[in-house]
Design a binder for this molecule. Structure first.
Ligand code: IPM
Ligand code: MG
Length: 316
């Protein structure tokens, strides 16, 4: 965006559509000043990300939160809460909900009469497909789903629950329960191992995935995949661009490297290769190498480049 002043030029969309998979760098801009505050059309980097998800129909966002056994003491949670590790996957709806509903700003000058709206919209098709995808993910894991909503307040959440009952009928082997989002935010802290697959809306998934990620030691460890109806997928680290440490060679590259593993698995059908990347990351952690975000006493501190090279060496 810095180069073209446009968050998503048409050439980029075209190139993405012709690809088998997309690896996306983290999104965000310079720290402190908001460089795009006065953009003539209100364009911003985040808008590019939302548009690319929408234009490519990538409605299903998979965000695994895995606490590597080597990083147990990097988790902010008490040791007894994570003694058996953590392995949660958040299945987040990604192309509808409050992110994409109608927005308005009336009497825009911000005086007493000014107001703004963001519509929270979901239709049956959108809810059904994300629930089905989430249940299919659960079939390959422990067959246990938690559907997170706010059905005590929101009409869209009530609709989610009705449709969830329908979808669940097609998956008799799966145990599922509903949980309000406020309670889920708390349960992730007090009893995180109760979760396996969490299926939720765009906004709740955004918030809970940041929360879940940090339980695993560092958001710098977590990959993500955004999928649609074809094998075309977009892969990106769950974290932002961390402009405050740009160029310092201290950022953790593992979330991006693990995103490549997800890309090999979900878009390119290369399961063995995906596993070998994940194993290489595990091996480098076993050898006690740590970037700053996951560093602790007694470990070997390495920078972004060195960490990447260690994983490459291990792969070879
Ligand atoms: C994420 C990010 C994005 C989102 C932003 C950058 C628009 O927070 O991928 O979680 O809210 O979806
Ligand atoms: Mg987010």
């Amino acid at each position: 965006m810095q180069k073209t002043n446009c968050s998503l030029p048409n050439e980029t969309i075209e190139a993405c559509k012709e690809s088998h998979a997309i690896l996306l760098g983290a999104v965000g801009g310079a720290v402190g000043t908001d460089r795009w505050k006065d953009h003539p059309t209100g364009d911003r980097p985040e808008k590019g990300l939302l548009r690319i998800r929408e234009q490519l129909g990538l409605y299903c966002n998979l965000r695994p939160a895995i606490l590597y056994p080597q990083l147990k003491s990097a988790s902010p949670l008490r040791a007894d809460l994570v003694k058996d590790g953590l392995d949660i996957i958040i299945v987040r709806e990604l192309t509808s909900g409050i992110y994409f509903g109608k927005k308005s700003r009336v009497n825009g000058d911000c005086d007493e009469t000014t107001f703004a709206t963001d519509e929270l919209y979901y239709n049956k098709k959108e809810i059904t497909r994300i629930l089905e995808d989430g249940f299919n993910v659960a079939m390959k894991r422990n067959k246990y789903v938690t559907i997170v909503d706010k059905a005590n307040v929101l009409e869209t959440s009530k609709l989610w629950r009705e449709i969830a009952e329908e979808v669940a009928n097609k998956f008799p082997e799966i145990t599922y329960k509903f949980m309000y989002v406020d309670n889920a935010a708390m349960q992730l802290i007090v009893n995180p191992t109760q979760f396996d697959v969490i299926i939720t809306t765009n906004m709740f998934g955004d918030i809970l995935s940041d929360e879940a990620s940090v339980l695993t030691g560092s958001i710098g460890m977590l990959p993500s995949a955004s999928l649609g109806n074809t094998t075309l997928g977009l892969y990106e680290p769950s974290h932002g661009s961390a402009p405050d440490i740009a160029g310092c060679d201290i950022a953790n590259p593992l979330a991006t490297i693990l995103s490549v593993a997800m890309m090999l698995r979900h878009s390119l059908n290369l399961e063995a290769e995906a596993k070998s990347i994940e194993n290489a990351v595990g091996a480098v952690l076993d050898c006690n190498y740590r970037t700053k975000d996951i560093f602790e006493e007694g470990k070997i501190l390495v920078g972004t480049n060195e960490m990447s090279n260690l994983v490459i060496k291990e792969l070879k």
